[in-house]
Design a protein around this ligand. Sequence first.
Ligand SMILES: Nc1ncnc2c1ncn2[C@@H]1O[C@H](COP(=O)(O)OP(=O)(O)O)[C@@H](O)[C@H]1O
Ligand SMILES: [Mg+2]
Ligand SMILES: [Zn+2]
Length: 502
Amino acid sequence: MARVLGASLLGIDGIPVEVEVRISAQLPRIDIVGLPELSVRESAARVRAAISSVGESFPQNRVTINLAPAALRKGGSGLDLAIAIGILVASGAVEPQATEGIAFIGELALDGRLRGVRGELAMTLAARTAGCRALIAPAGWTASASLVSDVEVFAAGDLAAVIAHLRGHEPLARQTPEARDRPTQPTLCLSDVRGQETAKRGLEIAAAGGHGILLSGPPGAGKSMLARRLPGILPPLLAEEALTATRIHDAAGLLGPTSPALSDRPFRAPHHTCTVAGLLGGGTPPVPGEASLAHGGVLLLDELPEFERRARESLRQVLEDRWIVLARANYTCRLPANFMLVATANPCPCGWWGSEQRNCRCEARSIERYRARISGPLLDRIDLHLNVPGQAWRDLAEPAGGETSAQLRPRIERARGVQQSRAGACNADLADARLVRDLKATGAAHAMLGRAVDRLRLSARAARRVQRVARTIADLAAEEQVGEEAIAEALGYREEESPGGT
Ligand SMILES: Nc1ncnc2c1ncn2[C@@H]1O[C@H](COP(=O)(O)OP(=O)(O)O)[C@@H](O)[C@H]1O
Ligand SMILES: [Mg+2]
Ligand SMILES: [Zn+2]
């Protein structure tokens, strides 16, 4: 019996899989046992064809392949290579010692070529946990695997090359992490945006406290333009965040030879036709969706009211939990989804309600309906509501100016640092009880908020949001206490009144 190590992917976690192969003197057939999914069962046909086409003989007996641990369902075609090598070891074509301490990952084409699979980084981490010191994987897909320390990564083009390596005929090339200059994306600068000082200030506060934002205003006001400039003022990814984000992108098959790891905060802007599965992840085995791909970065839902209702509603839970749980028949997997939400919306279906440039032609009822699409529980989870008024042409003709993103960033990083050392989390993530403790509002500030709650009939949730934002405003100003000014400013970032209201 032969034992060879491979790995499988569950969500964004790699699982070491031991492939046991037994050849017995019975009629030729192949059995794969140990809860394999359909994709793994198809592996038998691919492996048989690949072994024959590289000129090795396939056993003319009964081949039983057991995937351990048997209790775990294994999906994906990434076990092909380990299964093929297991068969070759069992049939005596490859020495068992040659495969010791090596994990084999990759899908086989019928002609023996190796193909990459999703989740290479996670699987490499799993192989290391299982005690492997080397990994053989498809060439071109080994870039992210080589980021894992203590594992030697060998890149192979096809099965023949793997066999030649194991027989000591021709060693495979070792993949080393490329020493590359970090290709930080050309970040868009806030100073490109003319005017819109209030919205820019709102972005600064949002970035400093990790708050979700809703930008509303007429078409062409610069909402999308502002939203796309948020990643550029966020503090750099922490090492741990970067690793998680990289695993998520890798598990979604988005990393390749030229982008083995994430170093910048992700920015995802799914189109409004995006389905719930596209947003939250889906499929069997599960593939992360946009909300997880935005983990550690920004999820922009441009024109939020245009998203289908189920997609909008599915977000509520994610914003609360910051995790997505995908349940399948035999397992569940948890995908991280902690992102900053930026949503944009027009104030009404035609877009010009409240504008000085054009008249809104919408009926009050249709405006109510339109707004209802983003009202209530979803809106409750967005701390800052920013008005982005349309701009007069003469303002847009002015030269660009104002603070650059690079000038803003140190202030934001400092404010985040304060929050990190005080609570170990940013203000947007504070539990209510913790917020009460950390708020440190002056007596006058308390009284002011109390009056506002009465006058504006703020819900308890809305009041908490004001407190959170005020805490961030004070942190930006490096003030220990939250004063009246911070409360007053935070009160200005509540949702605007609806046309039927005051
Ligand atoms: N404040 C601004 N400063 C500079 N250019 C702007 C501004 N507002 C809008 N624009 C220009 O108008 C275009 C449309 O803006 P966009 O952000 O797409 O508007 P919205 O998303 O609000 O409909 C931008 O690409 C930009 O060229
Ligand atoms: Mg837009
Ligand atoms: Zn309108």
